[in-house]
Each structure stands twice: as structure tokens, then as C-alpha cells.
Write a protein that binds this ligand. Structure first.
Ligand code: PEP
Ligand code: MN
Length: 290
């Protein structure tokens, strides 16, 4: 084990898997999401509703987040809900709505795929496939998305260590797909005042250990609308390559995660502040396609 002059171990105590390791590949990997580059000197903001609910909700939200400066649109069509009685998403109908809002706005889409049997179908609509927190250790799914040539947004398992997170990414790279973005979205701890504990120390740690881009989800990371701006700003200050933020045109009516979704005005205000933080750390937020 490496040691510094005070005999404090400086190694992380595990070996970083080969393909994701920065030792193997010192240069940053750029992930290309339908023309939007992630992992470069610039930072990107992904925004949109937790779930696609209907045309009005999706289009109003998408137009507004684009105006605010988001360059990629999020929206779930297949939702992993804790209760089987909660809204499960619109399925393929939701993917069709996403595809039509992309035609209008030009924003690339990220949407979740939960099932190996649906990878091909979701891949026909999405510009980037999301593997959610609950599926970070679904190894057949990791292999299946690794066999596509789509960018993958891999969210950290809510009970996953950094080592397990990197190993999950390694599964995808092992199939020949290096277009992987890592997303810190909060982990479960003893703390109950927030939905999860957003582990911002994961940002510098991951940036040191791997060449893959690292983004942060302050919405699931806190579960509290009022706390999202503070943690979004902190994430950029700590070196994140981007953010994924839940935004809803009427959060109080949302079918999923309304309590952690920013309204349109809150998102626009946050973007103004994020531009200042980005500038302070020598970066710029990528503008949406015109
Ligand atoms: C989501 O982004 O909609 C989501 C379900 O996130 P997570 O997998 O991080 O809970
Ligand atoms: Mn959500």
C-alpha cells in the first residue's frame, strides 16, 4: 500500500477495474449524447420530469427547461416504483411522446430501461439509456446495454460502494461500450431528514479513479425541492461534469416525485446561479441546440 510521510494510507484499498481505471487510460472519456459532449471541459445539465405523464406536461416542461439552458431532456416512460400500486409510467406511449418532443425541441433524450427484454425497444427511441439505482447490480441488464452502442447513464446503487459502482461500469465497458456516464444520486445512510445522503465526495473520488464522466442527481439525492439548488451548486463546485435535475410544470400535480421536482421558474433561477458557479471553477454550461 502507498504511504505518505505521515504513514497515512493514500490508496483506496481496492483495485480499480482495468477498463474504467484512469491508470489504464489517463485521458478523460468523452461521451457523445446525440451531439452533446459530456466529460469535456464544459458542464451539461439534463432536466425534465421524473415521469412522462401526458403531452401537455412533457412539452411545457421540455420547452421551458430548454429555454433555461438544459441541453438534454430526461423523462421516464418505465418507472421503477417502490409500490406496485403507484404510477408505473406510460411505457411505449411515453417513449413516443419523448420522441415527438425531441423533434420539436432538438433536445437529446435520456430515459430508463429496467428490463433486458426492453433494451432494443427503448433504444429505438432514446439517445441515452439510463440504468437506475435499483438496477446497478442487475448484471444481465448491464451486459445487455453494454452490447448496444448507445451512451449509458449508470446511476449509483443506493447501497453501492464506489468499488461496486466502478465494477458495474466495468461490466458495460467489457461488452465494448465505453460510452458510460456515472451518476451519484445519493446513498442510504442512518439519516432520515433527507430521502438519501448525497455523497458529494464521490465526485472527486470517481474523477480520480476513472476516466468516465461523473454527474450528480440532487433531486433523488435529497428528495427535497428546496434543497436541490444548494446541492446542485455544490456538485458543480466539487467538479461534477454535469447535473440531472427533475423539473415539472406543476410539481404539486406530479404523478411521481413532485416533492423533489423544481417548478419552471425555480429551474430557470437555478440555471442563472449555476452559470456563475461554472464560471468560478473555470467551466461553462453547454447551451442547448438552437
Ligand atoms: C430516476 O432518475 O427517475 C430514478 C428513478 O432515479 P434512481 O434510479 O436514481 O432512483
Ligand atoms: Mn424520480
Amino acid at each position: 500500500m502507498e504511504e505518505n510521510s505521515c504513514n497515512v494510507p493514500t490508496s483506496v484499498g481496492f483495485s480499480v477495474p482495468a477498463r474504467v481505471s484512469r491508470e489504464t487510460k489517463p485521458d478523460a472519456t468523452y461521451v457523445n449524447v446525440a451531439g452533446v459532449r459530456v466529460g469535456g471541459p464544459e458542464v451539461i445539465v439534463i432536466a425534465g420530469p421524473c415521469a412522462v405523464e401526458n403531452q401537455e406536461q412533457l412539452f411545457e416542461t421540455a420547452r421551458s427547461v430548454k429555454k433555461g439552458g438544459a441541453s438534454i431532456l430526461r423523462g421516464g416512460a418505465f418507472k421503477p416504483r417502490s409500490s406496485p400500486y403507484s404510477f408505473q409510467g406510460l411505457g411505449e406511449e411515453g417513449l413516443k411522446l419523448l420522441s415527438s418532443v425531441r423533434s420539436e425541441t432538438g433536445l437529446p433524450l435520456v430515459t430508463e430501461v429496467m428490463d433486458t427484454r426492453l433494451v432494443a425497444m427503448v433504444g429505438e427511441y432514446a439517445d441515452m439509456l439510463q440504468v437506475g439505482s435499483r438496477n446497478m447490480q442487475n448484471y444481465p441488464l448491464l451486459k445487455e446495454v453494454g452490447m448496444t452502442r448507445k451512451p449509458i447513464l449508470l446511476k449509483r446503487g443506493m447501497m453501492a460502494s464506489i468499488e461496486e459502482f466502478l465494477l458495474a461500469a466495468e461490466y458495460i465497458l467489457n461488452q465494448g461500450n465505453d460510452q458510460v456516464i456515472l451518476c451519484e444520486r445519493g446513498i442510504r445512510t442512518f439519516e432520515t431528514s433527507t430521502r438519501n445522503t448525497l455523497d458529494l465526495s464521490a465526485i472527486p473520488m470517481l474523477k480520480r479513479l476513472t476516466h468516465l464522466p461523473v454527474i450528480v442527481d440532487p433531486s433523488h439525492g435529497t428528495g427535497l425541492r428546496w434543497m436541490v439548488p444548494a446541492m446542485a451548486k455544490a456538485a458543480l463546485a466539487a467538479g461534477a461534469d454535469g447535473l440531472i435535475i427533475e423539473v415539472h410544470y406543476k410539481p404539486e400535480d406530479a404523478l411521481c416525485d413532485g416533492y423533489q421536482s423544481l417548478d419552471l421558474y425555480e429551474f430557470a433561477t437555478l440555471m442563472t446561479d449555476l452559470n456563475k458557479i461554472a464560471q468560478a471553477v473555470g467551466r461553462e454550461i453547454t447551451l442547448p441546440v438552437s
